[in-house]
Design a binder for this molecule. Structure first.
Ligand code: SF4
Length: 74
């Protein structure tokens, strides 16, 4: 699948010109998971994450986050 992820979070290390995410893959999950798990838990660990925490249905977009966000070095 050739997918483009548009993003406005320009303080992220993966953010690129044209507001395009340049990460090879990202993990979108619930805010609760984003809070509870360390930075090291990311897209490559999604199977482990689902085994541990289960799936994370949301009701609104405000309940989801990009777990791949990595603060750009200043
Ligand atoms: S990793 Fe997430 S926050 Fe960072 S540019 Fe991509 S979509 Fe945006």
């Amino acid at each position: 699948m050739n997918q483009q992820i548009m993003c406005t979070v320009n303080s992220c290390a993966y953010w690129g010109q044209g507001n395009i995410c340049e990460a090879p893959k990202i993990l979108v999950t619930s805010d609760a998971i984003g809070d509870a798990y360390p930075e090291s838990m990311d897209a490559n660990e999604v199977t482990q994450l689902v085994q541990q925490a289960g799936l994370t249905p949301a009701t609104t977009c405000m309940e989801t986050c990009c777990k791949t966000f990595t603060r750009k070095k200043q």
